[in-house]
Design a protein around this ligand. Structure first.
Ligand code: 4AD
Ligand code: MG
Length: 459
């Protein structure tokens, strides 16, 4: 049986025998008795196994090393000690997999940097076990939220010829022999000879394809891996991350802010209800006050300010920023930090200067800004980026020409504006940044199982 099921109804198992399989987190003993901290991975809390001298193989059990896989047979009893309500009185233990003395995960505090080097073992520690369970539960929360609100889960293609963010941040894929590339008359690589007969990429966003399905289903969402080549060594950027991209027809910029806020509150509540032990652990050992922070988010209305108002706020701040805030320019990490701390919670920043945003965003009447909105949160910075989409065919084509976006590859996208086009909007939620926000863990490398960042693709 699973330890999780045991703990769910532990009173029902009092004085009953059970057989469990799992790992030894710790084994302490004295001459007459000993304790094993036992964990099978299904539940955050360890089960305490008690064994005593009456057992014929007491000596053997007392020598079982940390990390070993065991099968244990014993009786569940009320615990006399403090720290747990119940424990197991051991009848027999079978070692299924031994573990050497120099096993690196010992029952003591290890630094996150040390454990990052041991990414294949770190899910066996309390911190990472909690992080990755929250990650799993949060993924379910996202599906639950969208599915129960009539969204269709849309699988956007991973291989694509279209550059959504228009920033050339995509990995190129090819089956050509890199040491013997076929060249055309112009001495450039002849991608006609490549598998797809043209140059292709790994997608950096499923949005453009998502829009095609939104204009058939009204509401869709994607949830999948996203790859970007950006060479940024920060705590919030990875080259492979997971993104959720909802797209909604008959919805404007204010509409997506309402959805984002409702979705985020749903996810927080869902995770807090299902992972109480993990959240308590983060609150105690990772981010003091995490629970208060999350509860406050549940009960507050998110602040909404325009980009212009944000810049004014920054200019009036008595802070010596490394990058001076300017109207018409992007907002730096230090600015995000100031703004979220100023409002002490999530902040929507709307109506961004068009020149720093993607081609598909809807131009506002001022001809200067677009109907884009980023959600900034303390710690993770930009958690969500979204916008209302340009639904005017001519304006979209103009903007694409201005920004040198090749039109011929994207006629299927622009045609959406001609074939029953409608106002629509969507956003992208960075899944790792969400997990950072939910757990208080400050580095993206510690919330994705095997991080891929510049100069790091181990495992
Ligand atoms: O702001 P971004 O680039 O927006 C888009 O890709 C749009 N196509 C989304 C849409 O409207 N459908 O990315 C969206 C979110 C960011 O807010 C951030 O949370 C996350 O994706 N993100 C990253 N997370 C980790 N590492 C990176 N390198 C990230 N780049 C973006
Ligand atoms: Mg963005």
């Amino acid at each position: 049986m699973d330890v999780k099921d045991l703990f769910k109804k532990i009173e029902d198992y009092e004085n009953k025998d059970v057989v469990l399989e799992g790992w030894v987190r710790n084994n302490r003993n004295q001459s007459n008795f000993g304790f094993i901290d036992f964990n099978d991975g299904t539940y955050f809390q360890n089960l305490q196994l008690v064994y005593d001298k009456e057992l014929s193989d007491f000596d053997k059990i007392s020598k079982i090393r940390v990390g070993s896989a065991i099968r244990v047979n014993g009786t569940i009893i009320k615990s006399v000690g403090s720290g747990q309500s119940h424990e197991m009185k051991v009848k027999s233990v079978e070692v299924l997999g031994d573990c050497p003395e120099d096993y690196p995960i010992q029952p003591k505090r290890h630094t996150r940097e040390f454990l990052r080097e041991l990414a294949y073992l770190r899910p066996r520690t309390n911190l990472f076990n909690a992080v990755f369970r929250v990650r799993s539960v949060a993924a379910q929360a996202i599906h639950e939220y969208f599915q129960s609100n009539n969204y269709v889960y849309f699988h956007s293609p991973i291989i694509t010829g279209a550059d959504c963010e228009g920033s050339g941040q995509m990995f190129k894929i090819t089956t050509l022999d890199m040491n013997n590339l076929p060249l055309g008359k112009d001495k450039k690589v002849d991608f006609k000879k490549d598998l797809f007969g043209k140059q292709t990429y790994i997608t950096g966003s499923g949005q453009l394809h998502g829009e095609t399905f939104a204009l058939a289903y009204k509401k869709i969402y994607t949830f999948g891996p996203t790859m970007r080549t950006e060479n940024s060594n920060t705590k919030t950027h990875a080259n492979e991350f997971w993104m959720i991209e909802p797209e909604i027809a008959f919805c404007d910029m204010n509409g997506i802010m309402d959805i984002e806020e409702e979705m985020l509150k749903f996810i927080i509540k869902y995770v807090m209800e299902r992972c109480p032990l993990e959240i308590d652990f983060f609150d105690k050992f990772v981010e003091k006050g995490l629970k208060d922070k999350l509860n406050k988010v549940l009960n507050s209305k998110f602040v909404r300010i325009t980009h212009k108002e944000a810049i004014t706020l920054l200019k009036e701040a008595k802070v010596d920023f490394e990058f001076k805030p300017e109207y018409g320019e992007d907002i730096a990490k230090e600015h995000e930090k100031y703004i979220t701390e100023h409002f002490n919670g999530p902040v929507f920043i709307t109506d961004w200067p068009k020149d720093i945003k993607a081609f598909y965003m809807k131009l506002n009447d001022d001809n200067e800004t677009v109907a884009a909105v980023d959600l900034e949160v303390p710690g993770s910075g930009e958690l969500i980026g979204g916008s209302q989409r340009e639904d005017d065919y001519d304006k979209l084509i103009n903007r694409m020409k201005e920004m040198n976006i090749p039109l011929e590859n994207l006629d299927w996208y622009t045609n959406l504006r001609r074939f029953g086009g409608c106002y629509h909007a969507g956003f992208g939620l960075g899944f790792e940044r969400l997990i950072m926000y939910l757990t208080g863990v400050e580095n993206i490398r510690d919330v994705i199982p095997y991080p891929r960042t510049p100069n790091n693709c181990d495992y």
